[in-house]
Design a protein around this ligand. Structure first.
Ligand SMILES: Nc1ncnc2c1ncn2[C@@H]1O[C@H](COP(=O)(O)OP(=O)(O)OP(=O)(O)O)[C@@H](O)[C@H]1O
Length: 525
């Protein structure tokens, strides 16, 4: 039965697929893989290939994403499911008919035992054989619906992953969040699809049964159908009567749903070997650029009445009941007297301090710039890259933004000059800008910068404000939390957090537009 199911459901690759399935049944591929693994380390290409229609390329061909088309999702579902669903529905119909045939065959079989019956001798054998075959077909009902569930899962996963991936590959403004499909709808796609398809299967099954019964008993066939409808209505009414779940229950449902959604997504990527496609560096780069197009994945900071302590034992809070939120594109300036807890607030956001009270959420990758940055005994370039891949264009952009171009020109080997303990000495200002460049190169979602301008002179300060920190700079669109002991940055911030004895007063404001100073030769310190 399984082989029959595979044969009718698979496309032109069915024979190859069946061979693979046969090998799988005998564990031939696993044994070969183990033997290969004993000889040398395994690579991704050593793992056996999936059948063609399960491959990502096949799914991409079937699925054409178009946000302008209102029925695109329905169309995608139909395109992805109709081919395997038709034979499955036909088989479901066959099982329903076998149900009826079973009753009829039993009737014939019993009548053969009647001494007065004038049926020929082989009639009973045929009825018994028919009964056996009908019972076998009926017993396959569960496998057919399981097969349907697998098909639904595959189609739903493919659509979900494409809905997530495709907007990342686009440069235009067709955002994921702008589709007509809500995130909740996408998360529950599999459930909706399986409800819709089982409804279709039920209708098909009912029709088949009704047709067969009508053929045998005429309009009396309507009685079981009517009773099924009455039972369904009664069940629906009963569920409405007692099924009002509490808000807590529904919130738990949403939470559970989201967590299992994440697990299912990971499983699907692994199961269908789609990692390679997701590891495409171009896609990752685009995902980084378009990150703000995904509103529910956007990096955020949200502290609600949160207290933090340095000392896990005494739990004396250094920050008391801080409430603070920051969204992408916001610059938050943190100010206060020395020792008021500015650095502690930044480290709390980085997750370094223990939260003793309240709630807190920080979503997104964080780049942290400490007050006294550490410089490696290595080249200037290595100090900026910090183990990351060299991107000449980005590197040059960052060097200019951090006002390091002139310094680099004066060093004997430019960016390959060795600096640090045994290299040339660099000033405090150069050290600060080098560390800032390293922070920028990390390309994080959230930038947590502890007094980045404290060691640089007024000219350089203006340059960095304009080219890096403010809305005109490289970090525009990012969450920026910056501590400062001077007033330079405050007018340009979206929020000003004033700390006093660990308590935070948060003031929202409309940031002033930065007026760039006329270009001058940058002095370095
Ligand atoms: N690593 C640490 N371990 C224990 N306590 C610390 C630590 N760092 C800071 N503190 C304490 O936390 C409190 C706030 O210090 P924090 O460095 O956050 O202040 P600040 O406002 O950043 O000061 P400054 O402007 O001088 O940098 C101080 O009482 C300090 O002693």
């Amino acid at each position: 039965m399984h082989a029959a199911l595979m044969l009718v459901c698979l496309d032109e690759q069915s024979l190859a697929t069946l061979r693979v399935l046969g090998e799988k049944a005998l564990y031939i591929q696993e044994i070969q893989l183990i033997r290969l693994g004993l000889r040398r380390p395994l690579a991704l290409s050593d793992v056996w290939q999936l059948p063609e229609r399960f491959r990502f390329s096949a799914i991409q061909r079937e699925f054409v994403y178009n946000v302008d088309e209102p029925m695109f999702l329905l169309r995608a579902i139909v395109r992805l499911t109709w081919r395997p669903m038709i034979p499955l529905l036909a088989l479901e119909m066959l099982t329903e008919l076998s149900d009826i045939f079973q009753v009829m065959a039993s009737g014939y079989l019993f009548s053969c035992f009647d001494a007065s019956s004038d049926y020929p001798w082989y009639y009973g054998y045929c009825a018994a054989l028919g009964l056996l075959v009908a019972r076998f077909i009926c017993s396959q009902k569960v496998h057919i619906s399981r097969h349907r569930a697998v098909e639904v899962k595959r189609a739903a996963r493919a659509i979900q992953l494409e809905l997530f991936r495709l907007p990342l590959t686009r440069d235009d403004q067709r955002r994921f969040g702008h589709t007509r499909v809500s995130p909740w709808g996408i998360n529950n796609l599999e459930r909706y699809m399986s409800i819709a398809l089982s409804t279709i299967a039920t209708i098909v099954g009912f029709s088949a049964k009704f047709g067969a019964l009508y053929y045998i008993v005429g309009w009396l066939a309507a009685i079981p159908i009517m009773s099924s409808v009455v039972i369904m209505l009664a069940r629906w009414g009963f569920e409405r009567l007692v099924g009002h779940s509490s808000k807590w229950e529904s919130n738990t449902d949403v939470f559970d749903g989201n967590v299992s959604e994440v697990y299912r997504g990971i499983k699907a990527i692994k199961l269908f070997s789609w990692e390679r496609m997701y590891l495409d560096p171009k896609l990752r780069q685009q995902a980084y650029i378009n990150n703000d197009r995904l509103p529910w994945y956007a990096p955020v900071i949200h502290l609600n009445g949160s207290s933090f302590t340095w000392n896990e034992r005494s739990r004396v809070p250094v920050l008391k009941r801080v409430s603070l939120g920051a969204a992408p594109g916001e610059l938050v300036a943190v100010t206060g007297k020395t020792g008021s807890g500015k650095s502690s607030l930044l480290l709390s956001i980085c997750g370094e301090l223990e939260m003793t009270e309240g709630t807190g959420k920080v979503a997104g990758s964080i780049a942290y710039l400490e007050q006294s940055p550490w410089i490696m005994n290595d080249t200037m370039r290595a100090n900026v890259l910090f183990g990351r891949e060299y991107d000449a264009e980005l590197f040059a952009k960052i060097i200019h933004a951090c006002a390091l171009t002139n310094d680099m020109a004066r060093w004997p080997h430019a960016d390959l000059t060795v600096i640090g303990e045994r290299g040339i000495n660099i000033s405090g200002g150069q050290r600060a800008r080098l560390a800032l460049a390293r922070t920028l190169y990390s390309r994080a979602d959230i930038y947590v910068l502890d007094d980045p301008l404290s060691a640089v002179d007024a000219h350089v300060k203006r340059h960095i404000l304009e080219h890096v920190l403010l809305d005109s700079g490289m970090l525009a669109g990012k969450v920026r939390i910056i501590t400062t002991n001077s007033d330079h940055i405050l007018p340009y911030a979206h929020q000003v957090v004033t700390l006093e004895d660990g308590r935070a007063a948060v003031a929202r404001q409309t940031p002033q537009e930065y007026q760039p100073a006329p270009p001058t030769e940058l002095a370095t310190r």
